[in-house]
Design a protein around this ligand. Structure first.
Ligand code: ZN
Ligand code: ZN
Length: 263
């Protein structure tokens, strides 16, 4: 069992300490667990989010590097919130030589959190989801290096539309562009269970399409911000990816992909 995306007190919204999270991972017998605390340079460039506390990078790196001695299954990861204005910050400040793993995420779209209600105001579903997906496409060519594309479908989380599904039928063209580029760049797609729905981010339909297009790298994450959610829905995700034709998880140590057989 793995969990490649978790948060601790080093994130502004983390509810559990790093030690408690690692102890939970140990109790669950995780083969691999990544701490991927928020490094939100996207927020730092948006007036209304400037008050969101930024991670103290050096403290985080030092603390987790030390913890890895005691918890060998632990990996030092980081979650970068992409935006055009933050690219340079990541490119110049990420301590690549010390990191195991870099997640690239879309949280904000053109200066607005796509998790917030106001993101959807005055937008049709096609506009709101379309702009979000185009931003993911753009983030794939970020100036900084990263390993995995995080939670495709995050825009669904507080979607106000009667049918919030993000389907190939409605958005297949741009989703195909994203998936082809992920394959071409050899990146990994994350199956994220941090959504109150039976479907993951992304859904089985999208993972199946990724496989058809030659995709080989998937990973699982709970995106837990609290001990009780570590590994949540792992068994369901495992069966889903197996049914899509995958037999290995891809995880990263020292920025190098490692394959773990799906149990
Ligand atoms: Zn995220
Ligand atoms: Zn996260």
């Amino acid at each position: 069992m793995i969990d490649a995306h978790t948060h601790t007190h080093f994130s502004f919204d983390g509810k559990s300490s790093a030690t408690d999270m690692a102890e939970r991972g140990k109790a669950l017998g995780l083969e691999y667990m990544a701490f991927t605390d928020h490094y939100d340079r996207d927020y730092a460039h948006i007036e209304r989010y400037k008050s969101v506390p930024q991670m103290v990078l050096t403290d985080y790196v030092e603390a987790v590097t030390k913890m890895k001695e005691q918890y060998p299954f632990l990996a030092l990861g980081i979650e970068c919130g992409y935006s055009e204005l933050s690219e340079e910050d990541y490119a110049t400040t990420l301590p690549y030589e010390k990191l195991d793993y870099v997640l690239n995420s879309i949280h904000t779209v053109d200066g607005v959190e796509s998790y917030g209600k106001d993101y959807f105001e005055g937008k049709t579903k096609e506009e709101a989801y379309g702009a979000y997906l185009k931003k993911i496409l753009k983030s794939l060519d970020a100036k900084y290096d990263y390993d995995t594309v995080s939670h495709i479908g995050y825009v669904r989380k507080s979607s106000p539309y009667p049918d919030p599904a993000l389907t190939m039928k409605e958005f297949g063209d741009v989703i195909d562009e994203i998936l082809k580029k992920v394959v071409q760049k050899g990146k990994t797609i994350e199956i994220n269970s941090n959504i109150k729905s039976k479907d993951f981010m992304p859904t089985a339909e999208i993972i199946k399409r990724y496989r058809e297009l030659g995709g080989e790298n998937v990973t699982f994450s709970s995106d837990a911000h609290i001990v009780s959610r570590v590994g949540e829905m792992y068994d369901v995700a495992k069966e889903m990816v197996k049914s899509c034709g995958f037999s290995y998880w891809t995880v990263y140590r020292r920025r190098t992909p490692v394959k773990i057989k799906i149990d």
